[in-house]
Design a protein around this ligand. Structure first.
Ligand code: DGL
Length: 271
């Protein structure tokens, strides 16, 4: 059981920020990453569609023998986690719970802002999770859909990204939040820009680091962690694996293996 890999998935390349954090936090673990590049973005899709896609990806990971599924995608975590936990036989860890817990632990003003996709914002998943820990917290949410293509296209440091970010972040600044959750896999790629605009008095919660720490805690608590040897990484993409490989090598280093193409099988949900 211990030696089995950890499965990680996202709608595309954004979750590689989480894979990177997992590799840092758990260097002995074998990791399988699936980027659903055929169906990205998940952010504007219905809950039913996100659930169906997430389940297809998670089933593939389960069939590959993983001991744990990490849902790196915030939209999938926000909308499909209950269905994944119901239908899979292995434990499933999402990104919302650790991100919300981290924000609650650092806020002093009890004013927290969440940046996410339309789907994540509409689900109120972060709001509900924050209120479980801090019932009187004020939570402001802002959907930032244009951040995803900007990150995907490598525009994080270009003037266009700054223009868009300044626009999105005006209401966040007005909310007077002292803590801002980067509630989307792609947003850590724009972290420096967001930090520059919001200023040093605002604490950014990066879902990559918080999720990796919580996966580590989970594995050690359940005695499922591997504590020696060098872990491996295997990458799959549901479309354009070469483009995906280039993004992965940019983010994770040139020695990152090529992504393999894996088409998904979708199933209908019954209850
Ligand atoms: N991976 C998604 C998330 O973290 C962002 C990209 C998308 O919309 O698919 O919410």
């Amino acid at each position: 059981m211990k030696k089995q890999p950890i499965g990680v998935f996202d709608s595309g390349v954004g979750g590689l920020t989480i894979l990177k954090a997992l590799r840092r936090e758990l260097p002995h673990e074998n990791l399988i990453y699936f980027g659903d590049t055929a169906n990205v973005p998940y952010g504007g899709k219905s809950k039913a569609a996100v659930t169906r896609l997430s389940l297809a990806v998670a089933r593939f990971l389960e069939d590959s023998g993983v001991k744990l599924v990490v849902v790196a995608c915030n939209t999938a975590s926000a909308q499909a986690l209950p269905a994944l936990r119901k239908h899979l036989h292995v434990p499933v860890v999402g990104v919302i719970e650790p991100g919300a817990a981290c924000a609650v632990s650092v806020t002093r003003s009890r004013k927290i802002a969440v940046l996410g996709t339309q789907g994540t914002v509409e689900s109120n998943a972060y709001v509900k999770e924050i209120h479980k820990h801090l019932a009187d917290a004020t939570v402001f949410q802002q959907a930032c859909p244009l951040f995803v293509p900007l990150a995907e296209e490598g525009f994080a440091e270009k003037p266009a990204a700054e223009l868009v970010a300044r626009e999105y972040l005006v209401p966040v600044q007005q909310s007077k939040a002292d803590t801002v959750i980067l509630g989307c896999t792609h947003y850590p790629i724009l972290k420096n820009l967001i930090a520059r605009i919001l200023g040093p008095h605002v604490q950014l919660v990066d879902s990559a680091d918080t999720l990796a720490r919580s996966v580590r805690q989970f594995l050690y608590a359940k005695k499922m962690a591997v504590s020696s040897g060098k872990g491996t990484v295997k990458l799959y993409a549901s479309d354009a694996p070469d483009k995906f490989t280039r993004s992965a090598q940019k983010l994770l280093g040139e020695k990152t293996p090529r992504a393999l193409l894996k088409k998904l099988h979708y199933e209908d949900l019954h209850g």
